[in-house]
Design a protein around this ligand. Structure first.
Ligand SMILES: NC(=O)c1ccc[n+]([C@@H]2O[C@H](COP(=O)([O-])OP(=O)(O)OC[C@H]3O[C@@H](n4cnc5c(N)ncnc54)[C@H](O)[C@@H]3O)[C@@H](O)[C@H]2O)c1
Length: 425
């Protein structure tokens, strides 16, 4: 019989309620006992779904943090809240599941690390890809040694056109001053699995990239500032009508499904509610006339302390969403295409082995497919880590991935190679 841990969640939105809350609620080894959200609507929905008593639900962060309310706290609020809340939680003695990114400020990362070390508690950052069965398989192959000496890794992240415009042009992560640069917000995951696969810290980084398309210069002539009054409403692939009404219909009119439930928080979603929400809210803005400043493409070259080199490329322009990774070794290589759920493993001179990564997820009995099964596998690993005292990854390692992203952004802005651990040299 597994030990039961009680869970509190602060930030009951897409991640807190829809992704993690649902998983915690599904398994008997977890019990959600307290919730906090500044939105009455979000709080009510989560409390009803997870059956949390009214007296344990809080609309104010201050009230919520007056005492420790569970064994584990899930922090799933927006990027700028993470360090502040995590420090409060550590001081109260919580073990914590902390959403990424931790912070895009070095001083905050250091401050958190200091409090964490003093607290003796556990902090698992939601680098969900680490736990996804496809990535775990790549890691197992690399660590198994059959690839020989790993010389380089090539990684690509294709954030498909509708996801990119939803989140990084119109949505929560469009502006680096409000959240963080895209290389941090979206790609700290990639930095994390790269350093994990390589098995060493990153030494230096060079990066290019820019906001090359979603800007005023590319707005078609005569386009309106809002989709509902725009003459391109039918022809523009990014129009809100195409993304949030036609796509929703194509997706079988799912009533509580991301990203539609972000456009219209009032679930169950209907066509009328969704259209009203985009016409009145931020998701009906012209993609060429938003207050976005994050890159729509970025390229990063990395060298690690053990000599392995890696390249990474992010693009907001593709029809399918997913990552592609090739690991090149002296005796074999791995080629993973996350847009098609195929992983190819070759040892030179032998038959290629193919894995369907969807099958890998099913084989593990994972019910939810968020991040290729990574969301659910991370919660399983959290239980294991809390029970055994040995976590899959540490806060120090998660911070390393953030230092890589910060270095990439610095390099992109300065045009120079950035050394990450200069103080050690
Ligand atoms: N691990 C991943 O792969 C992954 C994926 C997407 C997003 N994220 C991260 O997860 C975090 C949450 O993203 P989301 O998409 O769930 O956002 P969201 O807006 O859907 O949810 C955030 C919730 O926090 C609430 N909130 C805001 N301020 C609060 C406060 N002071 N106290 C209590 N509640 C507060 C909001 O009302 C909202 O319900 C972000 O930091 C994001 O970068 C991680």
């Amino acid at each position: 019989m597994k030990k039961v841990y009680t869970v509190a969640i602060i930030g009951c939105g897409s991640r807190g309620r829809e992704a993690y809350g649902k998983i915690f609620h599904q398994y008997p080894e977890w019990s959600i006992v307290s919730l906090c959200d500044i939105s009455q609507e979000q709080l009510l929905r989560a409390s009803q779904e997870f059956k949390v008593a009214k007296e344990n639900c809080f609309l104010s962060e201050e009230e919520f943090f007056q005492e420790k309310r569970a064994d584990v706290l899930v922090i799933a609020t927006q990027d700028r809240d993470h360090v502040r809340m995590c420090i409060k939680a550590l001081k109260l003695g919580y073990d914590i599941l902390l959403e990424k990114p931790i912070s895009d400020k070095k001083e905050e990362l250091n401050e958190l690390l200091k409090t964490y070390k003093q607290s003796g508690r556990k902090v698992a950052v939601c680098h969900v890809l680490r736990y996804a069965p496809a990535y775990a398989k790549i890691d197992e192959i690399i660590k198994g040694g059959t690839l020989g000496k790993i010389t380089s890794i090539e990684a690509v992240e294709q954030v498909c056109y509708w996801h990119f415009s939803h989140s990084y042009v119109r949505g929560n992560w469009r502006n680096s001053k409000e959240s963080s640069p895209v290389i941090m917000a979206k790609c700290c995951h990639d930095m994390d699995y790269l350093q994990h696969f390589v098995g060493a810290r990153c030494k230096s980084v060079y990066s290019t990239g820019g906001l090359d398309y979603f800007n005023k210069q590319n707005q078609p002539e005569g386009a309106s500032e809002r989709c509902q009054t725009c003459k391109y409403i039918d022809s523009c692939p990014y129009s809100a009508e195409n993304l949030y009404i036609k796509r929703w219909k194509k997706e079988n009119c799912l009533v509580d499904c991301w990203p539609f439930n972000v456009v219209c928080r009032d679930v169950p979603n209907t066509e009328t509610k969704l259209r009203k929400a985009y016409e009145e809210g931020p998701y009906g803005r012209c993609v060429f006339a938003c207050d976005n400043d994050v890159c729509d493409n970025q390229q990063v070259l990395m060298e690690f302390e053990n000599g392995v080199k890696a390249s990474f490329s992010l693009t907001g322009f593709s029809s399918r969403m997913g990552r592609k990774i090739a690991v090149y070794g002296s005796n074999g290589y791995v080629d993973y295409d996350g847009t098609r759920d195929v992983l190819k493993y070759s040892v030179y001179g032998k038959e290629d082995i193919y894995y369907n990564t969807d099958e890998l997820v099913k084989d593990l009995g994972v019910d939810t497919f968020g991040h290729g099964g990574g969301d659910e596998m991370m919660i399983r690993a959290l239980h294991e880590g809390l029970s055994t005292g040995k976590m899959e990854t540490t806060l120090e390692e998660s911070i390393e991935s953030h230092l890589m992203a910060l270095a990439a952004e610095e390099s992109r802005l300065t045009g120079k190679v950035v050394k990450i651990h200069q103080e050690d040299e």
